[in-house]
Design a protein around this ligand. Structure first.
Ligand code: AMP
Ligand code: TRP
Length: 352
């Protein structure tokens, strides 16, 4: 039995891309493995955010993942901040991390608009904070954002995970995690399993409905570009019927025809059929027919998810209970590793 762990930030609603490219594949790993799923609220405060929104998003996030098939009976679903050990292990790991490596992380550079050169950052937003009395925005280049990958490594190593399902964009962070595990094992002694990334192929890239050369994303400014798993049948219809295709009205599955290919990929992923076979079925029938059929498939696939989500949000006690049980199981495992790490680091054991 392998230990599978993944985490997600409690931000925004899940898109069809998240569902087909990530959540559905993680859910398939549940049988036969020891699975942990963390909602990383401590990661979520690295950028500017609203505490009230974060609080609300956490339960909505749990409900959406469960509605998408992450069965709380088979996976330990927990909030990062409910388990002692994530930030503690991150501290020990940070003492083995050259800061230059962190400044060079792609996600850090993207989020701060920096070049990757070591820079002390601009603390300007906090100047005169006490005088204005108003909440001040966070410094763009705050320490938390820089140390984000170390905390992520701690999320993984705290459970000695074997397999970590992630999207392509997290590959670099996972490499750092593997380096840190190896460094710790070498500097102290063998402690951590070196985790493997699991990057699923199917549904790996669902593209925007309005610009099929770009990935479907939570934060697209064009609201017709993204299908959310909680969209109503009317919203789904509107978005699919206005999806961008090309001037050739034949339904064929070809790499260069981005728009129609993306729609065929979605159709295929939702029905577990080969996109080419679907294209052959619609041969000579035109876009309107095909899009109408896709609307039916999408509505039918997403309706049970939305219904389950609504039911779960009516039962917040259940969601809290899931988190309580998830944190208890996670904590049990986390204490073991944390005690080992403290021992190896030379910390005196307290009398209990
Ligand atoms: P994010 O929405 O960036 O927080 O990503 C959460 C997970 O969903 C990651 O594993 C991503 O790789 C995956 N994901 C996000 N957008 C898409 C997409 N358009 N197609 C396939 N997978 C996606
Ligand atoms: N950084 C990941 C993301 O943005 C989320 C994350 C945090 C994560 N800790 C993790 C993913 C541990 C896998 C394992 O998607």
């Amino acid at each position: 039995m392998k230990t599978v762990l993944t985490c997600a930030q409690p931000t925004g609603n899940l898109t069809l891309g998240n569902y087909l490219g990530a959540v559905r594949n993680w859910a398939a790993l549940l049988p036969g493995n020891e699975c942990y799923f963390g909602i990383v609220d401590q990661h979520a405060i690295t950028t500017d955010y609203s505490p009230a929104e974060l609080r609300q998003n956490c339960l909505r996030c749990v409900a959406q993942y469960i509605a998408c098939g992450l069965d709380p009976e088979s996976a330990h679903i927990f909030m990062q901040s409910h388990v002692t050990g994530h930030t503690e292990l991150a501290w020990a790991l940070s003492c083995l991390t050259p800061v230059g490596d962190l400044f060079r992380m792609t996600q850090f550079k993207e989020k701060t608009g920096s070049s990757g050169a070591v820079d002390s950052g601009d603390g300007a937003p906090w100047q005169n904070a006490s005088l204005s009395g108003k909440p001040q925005p966070k410094p763009l280049m705050n320490g938390g954002l820089l140390y984000y990958p170390v905390l992520m490594a701690a999320d993984i190593l705290l459970y000695n995970a074997d397999v970590v399902p992630v999207g392509e964009d997290q590959k670099q962070h996972l490499e750092l995690c593997r380096d840190l595990a190896q460094r710790f094992n070498h500097y102290y002694s063998d402690t951590f399993t070196i985790p493997d990334a699991y990057i699923p192929e199917t549904g790996a890239r669902i593209m925007s409905l309005q610009d099929p050369s770009r990935k479907m994303s939570k934060s697209d400014a064009n609201e017709r570009a993204t299908l959310f798993i909680l969209d109503t049948p009317e919203q789904i219809k509107k978005k699919i019927m206005s999806a961008v295709t090309d001037s050739d009205s034949a339904i064929t599955y070809e790499p260069a025809r981005h728009g129609i290919r993306n729609l065929l990929d979605i159709f295929g992923a939702l029905t577990n059929r080969a996109p080419k076979e679907i294209a052959a079925e619609f041969d000579g029938r035109g876009y309107a027919d095909f899009k109408n059929a896709l609307v039916d498939v999408a509505v039918e696939s997403l309706a049970p998810i939305r219904q389950k989500f609504d039911e779960l949000m009516e039962n917040k006690d259940f969601l809290q209970q899931v988190l309580q049980q998830g944190a208890a199981a996670a904590q049990k495992r986390a204490w073991k590793i944390l005690a080992k790490v403290h021992r190896k680091a030379g910390f005196l054991e307290p009398l209990r």
